[in-house]
Design a protein around this ligand. Structure first.
Ligand code: ADP
Length: 639
């Protein structure tokens, strides 16, 4: 069987015989002919030609309808359409259906032979214009060199403009085209605009906008397959742009067509072949990689710029160091606060840039599980910063500081006010209590009156306790008890425990004391230290149900003394663990259990702070709490 069978369908007898007897027959093709669409359809089904040459306008079935009907049957024989109408509309319609090529009437026999060779099914490579082995080799080397060069430059470039230009240049070089273009989709308008071009008229490149819905480039996008047109069909692309041959390949990014890469010839008669389509497809892939890289880079850059702007304009001090304590970032607020010069702090060791000892000490802190990560930093200009350290895994350490000077001032004013008022309230309260106690001596008091008197006494005692606490706190905060001496904490604990014996017994609670005789002394104020232990013990007893357990333990650990007061009481909700050390703060679950002023732990914290120690709580609601106090052990050279 002759494997070069062509079916020619045309209602014009002269064209049929011209093609069969003078053009295709002598060129070695077996030619079948049919005189209208219906007969052509039958012949195509029966004789299975490898290629069809079809007239477009025929009575009954047009050439296009013939192709469409065959396609429905699953027959995809390549077809060349002969037509006198080569409007872009028709071309697009035909391309969508799968027509391989066009010949505009009148045409030369050579045009037809060329078109047949180009459109011949892939398997039959023998019919395509052959290149000599040397030509093939040279072409491949050139392709590889260009692709290699492009690949390298893609890896090194982040400038999308440059990369896309290189892709288009490579497309023009490799396909030996006259012009190259890369069109991207403008999502807002649904139009394609020229993003990079080679040999295009600049003015034209700037203003070119093609509708995706009705242009050849748009068709390549919509069908997501390459589109080729050959010199046989000089076409107007978009408006008033004449080309002879062209290829458009779609750019597919994440499954979406985002543009097209195209090459064309306007003047020379040099058709593109399948190799060119293949190369252009490879280049389109490169362009897509570049577009993706560039957009990722752009996004990262944008995020970086935003972060940079936030840090630059932030009022808060931000300092970031790496794991070697070398500065990675130091924002303008940090430079202002610590008098750091504008340039040159990045990359330097922290201790060379910042001399403030409290800041350096904060950076060194362990900061385990969010504990021990804060510090108040006093600046020379009188301002107070509240600093928070965060350890960032794999990066280093960051300290953020907020100016809390105004809060400090407010606190001071509040304390002054409270102290004054408390002081002034004390005398009238003493008078009330005195006179209430005298009531019984001046006359008979009935039962109800006695009950009322008891209530007055209880209330006055509560107010007096509150006032005493307030005045006490005021005194401690003011730092009146400056005298420090080596104090044996074990005795302090013993006195405090003895003072609470009655309280413990009234609540039938067991107390376990575990304090070694070898416990190191601390340098401090014995009265205040006893007050600290008493407050913790008092709370442990108060917030533990009857018959519960209270423990007090102390031990030396290196240059530290650690004191723990634990109980099996009501516990404290996690969110309130830090708040309970604030003045007047009482946890949600405390109210119904025991009365209190909310000042006991503020007093504890102030005393601990003044002894250069730390205090925190571990607690589980319903299970119990452990308050831990860590104080520096006394070293004789301290005194
Ligand atoms: P108060 O006078 O209310 O006891 P404190 O300042 O001593 O004030 O304690 C503040 C709050 O902390 C208490 O109101 C209570 O909610 C909680 N608290 C303190 N110690 C304990 C504890 N051992 N068990 C449970 N809650 C406690």
């Amino acid at each position: 069987m002759n494997n070069k069978r062509v079916l020619v369908v045309d209602d014009a007898t002269d064209i049929r015989s011209l093609l069969a007897d003078y053009v295709l027959g002598p060129a070695g093709y077996e030619v079948l002919t049919a005189e209208d669409g219906a007969k052509g359809l039958e012949a195509a089904r029966r004789f299975a030609p490898q290629l069809m040459v079809l007239d477009y306008e025929m009575p009954g079935l047009t050439g296009l309808e013939l192709v469409k009907t065959l396609k429905k049957d699953g027959i995809e024989t390549p077809a060349i359409l002969i037509t006198s109408d080569s409007s872009e509309d028709l071309v697009i319609k035909a391309m969508r259906i799968g027509v391989r090529d066009f010949l505009r009437k009148p045409f030369e026999p050579e045009d037809l032979l060329e078109a047949v060779k180009r459109a011949w099914p892939e398997k039959d490579e023998a019919l395509r214009p052959a290149l000599s082995p040397a030509d093939v080799l040279e072409r491949r080397v050139r392709e590889l060199r260009t692709l290699n060069k492009l690949g390298k430059s893609l890896a090194a470039q982040l400038d999308l403009e440059q990369v896309l230009k290189q892709v288009v240049d490579a497309a023009v070089i490799l396909t030996e085209a006259e012009e190259g273009s890369l069109l991207l989709l403008d999502e807002k308008t649904g139009e394609l605009y020229m993003r990079a071009a080679q040999n295009f008229d600049e003015e034209m490149a700037r203003h070119l906008r093609l509708k995706v819905s009705d242009s050849l480039a748009g068709e390549a996008m919509r069908s997501r397959t390459p589109i080729t047109l050959s010199s046989a069909n000089a076409l107007k692309i978009a408006t008033a742009y004449l080309v002879k041959d062209l290829i458009y390949v779609p750019l597919i990014l994440n499954g979406e067509a985002v543009g097209v890469l195209g090459v064309d010839n306007r003047f020379v008669n040099r058709s593109f072949d399948r190799d060119h389509v293949r190369l252009l497809t490879a280049l389109a892939d490169c362009a897509v990689v570049a577009i993706r890289n560039a957009s990722l880079y752009e996004k990262t850059q944008h995020e970086r710029d935003t972060l940079d702007a936030v840090l630059r304009n932030a009022e808060d001090v931000v300092i970031l160091v790496d794991t070697e304590y070398e500065i990675l970032l130091c924002n303008p607020a940090a430079r202002r606060a610590f008098g750091i010069s504008n340039n040159g702090s990045v990359g330097k060791p922290l201790s060379k840039v910042i001399t403030h000892q409290d800041v350096l000490a904060l950076f060194e802190k362990d900061c385990v599980q969010g504990r021990d990560c804060t510090s108040e930093i006093q600046l020379e200009n009188g301002k107070t910063l509240y600093a928070h350290l965060t350890v960032i895994e794999g990066v280093g350490r960051a300290v953020v500081m907020q100016d809390i000077s105004h809060l400090k001032e407010l606190d001071r004013i509040k304390s002054d006010f409270v102290t004054t008022v408390s002081h002034d309230l004390r005398s009238p309260l003493t008078a009330i209590l005195g006179y209430v106690e005298l009531l019984g001596r001046v006359g008979q008091i009935n039962e109800a009156q006695g009950e009322f008197i008891n209530r007055i006494v209880f209330s006055v005692q509560s107010i007096t306790a509150l006032i005493s606490d307030l005045l006490e706190l005021g005194r401690i905060e003011a730092g009146f008890d400056v005298d420090r001496k080596p104090t044996p904490l074990r005795f302090i604990i013993r006195y405090a425990v003895e003072a609470q014996r009655q309280h413990l017994e009234s609540r039938r609670q067991a107390l376990e004391v575990d304090v070694p005789d070898t416990l190191p002394d601390v340098l401090g104020n014995p009265l205040r230290l006893k007050q600290m232990v008493t407050n913790l013990l008092d709370n442990a007893i108060k917030y533990t149900p009857e018959a519960g357990q209270v423990k007090i333990r102390a031990r030396g650990d290196g240059d530290l003394v650690i004191l723990e007061v634990s109980d099996t009481g009501i516990g404290i909700p996690p969110a309130q663990h830090t708040r309970i050390f604030e003045k007047f703060y009482r946890a949600d679950n405390a109210g119904g259990i025991a009365s209190g002023t909310g000042l006991g732990l503020s007093i504890v914290k102030t005393i601990v702070d003044q002894h250069d120690g730390r205090v925190w709580v571990d607690s589980t609601v319903g299970e119990g709490s452990t308050f831990t106090v860590v104080l520096p052990a006394y070293a004789p050279e301290q005194s």
